[in-house]
Design a binder for this molecule. Structure first.
Ligand code: AMP
Ligand code: GLY
Length: 432
């Protein structure tokens, strides 16, 4: 007899949630997929529910719980950081239910950068030198005592926008003013971290952690700046590729030994079990890799590129992670390269308009090796409309990065919506 299929709910509405649904659907044990709230792409894979998981209120928790009990949903995947930081995983836990995502005490690694910094110091994890301040005057005094570049960060969650990379004290003072005086991120800016500005290439190392075992996923390189050549303001991520020649076996062993293992251990020492995705955002400095930040969920758009290469049954991989049995699943990787290009709305990451009709999706998706994941889109009367800053993730596989990038760019060219912007140079830092 065939084993029972698993009905799955995915919380979130971005490209990360679309690609996870796409990959889960390839598993023989995947049943029905529900997305809360999902987007125009996920609507074509399963059912979108009118539930917004970003604010973890009793009403939202009850809605999700009720839906899962009445629709035989036994796996819940929590995509974004906000619900994790607010304890969604803790509050949805039930006997017989698989929850993918860490409990709030562990999610604090991402949700409270001041605490994460302290933890890294306590565990001797290499990271940027930093000062944590909790009032404006102290921030000003500290900044005025420093020279050169600095990075100013709101300690709490700010939808990926709370980081200011500054060239001088003047810029840093303006950043602190935004965060602590104008309070543009609300209470996420009650504390500020002022860091030394590190130089080097960035690398995202993501690992599955099941409480005791750590499986390091194939690393990817993200592109945070809005414009080609890594110019312009910080964004949620404008593109990613994997594999990357930056991630040598030696580097990964070192990251595992000196960053990932001590992080999981130091939490364990405090009675906190980490289960889910541990994401170390690294700067590869001349003095070795240093942690810029921890995230506690899949990176977006890194995971789009990673899932294109993952071989293995994602339903089983997620079950194994939740059950502490990561050592029992098969995970391997397509040797080819995947390049993911983010198509964004004109004006992003600043102000942008929504509701633009998107054309050419079918034609682009039909191109060899190309898959398109939706981020900020919605399905309306049979048309796909833009509905966010990052709109689409155009992924292409190629024998190498050059080919994958060329194919992704060619697919982007076929897709049209008013104001569309994207970077044609994803991967440029490692391309000759
Ligand atoms: P975070 O959200 O902390 O990863 O910061 C967002 C982006 O800001 C990173 O991906 C880097 O591009 C940049 N950044 C953060 N911290 C530093 C740092 N200490 N030195 C240089 N760049 C940084
Ligand atoms: N791409 C970076 C992030 O997901 O935070």
């Amino acid at each position: 007899m065939a084993s029972k299929k698993t009905n799955i709910m995915i919380l979130g509405s971005g490209g990360r949630e679309h690609v996870l649904g796409w990959k889960l659907k390839q598993s023989p044990s995947c049943g029905k997929l529900y997305f809360a709230p999902g987007n125009g792409g996920t609507a074509q894979l399963g059912e979108n529910l009118k539930i917004d998981p970003d604010k973890v209120t009793t009403k939202v928790v009850d809605e999700i719980d009720y839906f899962c009990r009445h629709n035989d949903v036994s796996m819940i995947i929590i995509g974004p950081e906000d619900p994790l930081a607010q304890g969604m995983a803790d509050r949805l836990a039930r006997e017989g239910r698989t929850i993918f995502g860490p409990v709030a005490a562990a999610a604090r690694l991402e949700g409270d950068k001041a605490w994460a910094k302290q933890m890294m110091r306590a565990a001797s994890i290499p990271t940027a030198e930093a000062k944590v301040v909790d009032n404006y005057e102290a921030a000003v005094t500290y900044i005025e005592s420093r020279e050169g570049g600095m990075v100013v960060k709101a300690a709490g969650l700010a939808k990926g926008k709370g980081v200011y990379v500054c060239d001088n004290a003047q810029e840093a003072l303006a950043a602190v003013e935004d965060i602590m005086v104008k309070k543009i991120f609300g209470e996420a800016g009650d504390q500020v971290i002022i860091e030394e500005k590190l130089q080097g290439q960035e690398l995202s190392v993501l690992a599955l952690v099941d409480g005791k075992n750590i499986y390091v996923l194939e690393p990817a390189q993200d592109h945070k700046q809005a414009y080609e050549g890594d110019k312009g303001p910080n964004t949620g991520g404008m593109g990613a590729y994997t594999p990357t020649p930056l991630a040598t076996d030696e580097l990964l062993r070192m990251v595992e030994r000196h960053i990932l293992v001590p992080t999981v251990d130091v939490l364990k020492r405090d009675g906190i079990e980490f289960k889910g995705v541990l994401y170390a955002g690294l700067m590869l400095t001349p003095a070795g890799p240093k942690v810029l930040e921890f995230n506690v969920r899949f990176g977006d758009p890194e995971v789009q590129a990673m899932m294109m290469r993952l071989k293995g049954d994602l339903v089983q991989i997620i079950k194994a992670t939740a059950e502490g049995k990561l050592d029992t699943v098969d995970i391997s990787w397509d040797k080819r390269c995947c390049c993911c290009v983010v198509m964004a709305s004109g004006g992003y990451p600043g102000e942008y308009q929504k509701g633009k009709v998107i054309k050419g999706l079918k034609e682009a998706a039909a191109m060899e090796g190309v898959e398109i994941f939706h981020a900020g889109t919605k399905l309306s009367d049979g048309e796909i409309l833009t509905n966010g800053g990052r709109v689409l993730n155009v992924c292409a596989m190629g024998k190498d990065l050059k080919e994958a990038q060329a194919k992704a760019n060619a697919a982007c060219k076929v897709i049209q919506f008013s104001g569309a912007q994207y970077r044609k140079d994803i991967g440029f830092r490692v391309m000759k």
